[in-house]
Design a protein around this ligand. Sequence first.
Ligand code: XIL
Length: 444
Amino acid sequence: MVTRTSIGALGMAGLLAASGVIALSGTADAASTLGSAAAGKGRYFGTAVAANHLGEAPYVSTLDTEFNSATPENEMKWDAVERTRNSFTFGAADQIVSHAQSKGMKVRGHTLVWHSQLPSWVGTLGTADLRTAMNNHITKVMQHYKGKIHSWDVVNEAFQDGSSGARRSSPFQDKLGNGFIEEAFRTARAADPAAKLCYNDYNTDGVNAKSNAVYNMVRDFKARGVPIDCVGFQSHFNSASPVPGDYQANLQRFADLGVDVQITELDIEGSGTAQAGSYSNVVKACLAVSRCTGITVWGVTDKYSWRASGTPLLFDGNYNKKPAYTAVLTALGGSSPGGGGGTAACTVSYSKQEEWSDRFNGKVTVTAGGSAIGDWTTTVTVTSPQKISATWNGTPTWDSSGNVMTMKPNGNGSLAAGASTSFGFTVMKNGNNAAPVLGSCTAS
Ligand code: XIL
């Protein structure tokens, strides 16, 4: 497993400033699955798939119902398809591809040239032999799946973490030098000219030294006509490596080079409203970048996640939809049929009010849907080290972190159909100017 380092939290200000409003509401004709909602926005919504779970009924029904793109989680890696030199074993990957195709899903190919999950024989080859083996691997695997893969991660994780901007040591880098990436992409283009060819990496999700190095490589490739069509942003997030405040800006600067961008391995450790808010921000960032063509989460259910203890996915271990699921569906413009916030009895929206150097005031407007409501509840999550120091026109309670405020009305919360009320609060910035994230509005 690779080591993740923090790329720093700049907060969500940029992401939320772009919209300013989160409204959760359902309409009769809104798409009710992740895939169909994403399709409504011209995107795909995919998941990593493991062949050994395709016999588990709820796994398959969740996969088939919700997702319209699949990435084999391990089955197309070098150690799975060419464990012995020039002897190819495609059984498990084929199982995923044929399942996906039978359900009308797209397939992402992951991955051709990577330092990890690489059989040891590759590392023992001399330079000329390694070059032959790399090109043979790319060619044979891509030809096997020719016409079936919408995007290939041709090269994965070739850059080092940290400030150096250097390439990571690997048999390919160490023996073939910097040019191995260009050679891999040229070979890939020849093998399946219709597939989009991506460079994929992690800790490149915000603007930093590593993403700058990848950016410079892509810019150089485009300038010299080296074939590259897309950049994948793995987007494995947790509290040490949260969604960067400049996530959308980073996606946009790559798109501006003339490549598509894809969110390829999204998972966000956490739970509840905070996790949901982060997922929502990622989806909104992608939707705000016209060349962000799709999102893949790195697994169907928390129980089979590669980081299961962090419960980073959209379905829990019993395949129940988590708040993060509802947040993603809502951000995609969809809504759950009958429940989970999808009944749309009320909606919430945020606007920033007065601001001082150390603090700002926020206002949340609560609006009843098509029917009168007797009571309402919503949440406001601020980004640590921000703190809410005062509130008005509502009755707050707090979670243990102190960052998630659940707000209920003062006294009688009834609202006529379509009527609105508002509450306010003061956020102490403590150096962070991120906008608060609203949860869904629930009514009774
Ligand atoms: C992970 C898989 O999820 C695990 O099952 C496996 O043991 C290790 O690899 N970056 C990538 C993915 O590009 O291929 C990795 O997948 C996660 C990190």
